[in-house]
Design a binder for this molecule. Sequence first.
Ligand code: ZN
Ligand code: ZN
Length: 362
Amino acid sequence: MTDFRPTRLAALRDALARGDFDGLLVTSLANVRYLTGFSGSNALLLVTAKECLLLTDFRYATQVEEEVNGAAAVRIEANSLWTGLWSALAGLTGVDRVGFESAHLLHRDFQRLLEQGARWQWRPVTDLVESLREQKDVGEIAHIEGAVAIAERALDATLREIHPGLTEMQVAGMLEQQLRHAGSEGFPFESIVASGPRSALPHARASDRQLALGDLLLLDFGAIYRGYCSDITRTFVLGPATAEQQDVYNVVREANAVASGAIRAGMRGMAADALARDYIDARGFGAAFGHSLGHGIGLEVHEAPRLAKTAEATLPLGAVVTIEPGIYRSGWGGVRIEDDVLLTDAGPRILTSFPRDLRELL
Ligand code: ZN
Ligand code: ZN
């Protein structure tokens, strides 16, 4: 498959030149991975017009060579990565104004810039690499599709084992075992298993509550494949659904379908959010949909762009976003249906294919 890292680096260098930066210190590990392929947990990356230098430590000496494979110069530091950074920077001429990722730097490390790094001009930047990451290339799309397939296989297998009396934590354990079994490298976030009235908590942790007949059961989880995340939510009923459960479910399902069908690249994030929100509002449930419609997914499970009431930025072609409307009624329960959608020039392509009809388990 094509190696897109040189293209990404070139795009970053263009952005640096436009911003009048001589270089950028990359401290977000997701950004390091995007630019170099390195997936370790300790790294500093310095990008200038001519250099791309990755600093890491001895534990990663073998892994870094395999993963980076020429995409960056690698330096293994025996002591502190920062010591290596100062010596590398000191050897470069014409590098004065250097950006740093202000959303990804500990205050302690910022102090290092001011003290040991005092001879360079440090300028805070936000979202420079993140905005490049919004547009996925074909390799990234394939990885997200892989993560979607794993999540859907795991969900299918888990549903066969569900019965009243299991606790939410037991269901989360079963789901996570199936995710691993299906090939997930890990869990992009703590799997949400929320039953009965607890399904009204949009970010419920799995608890020791036991599933009971008549419960709504909301599962929100994802898989990781080659570093890329999926994020999917489905809501079920244990046993036959009541008319009220069916009604609320239908509104959410239709809001999801409306937004998934009408979202387009070039639209503002707020306009995409309104697709589902207006539909839910018009049916009288507006106050019960208290969160944003969705977010980008990729190397991180929450990344740009945002689909929210306040999101003014436009959605780029090639973005993969979640569409996750929900209705939550305290003491009763909640319904959310979340899909992962790729924005192509031919319109939206829904990557998740797990059925959205209300399924009555048992
Ligand atoms: Zn989710
Ligand atoms: Zn989500």
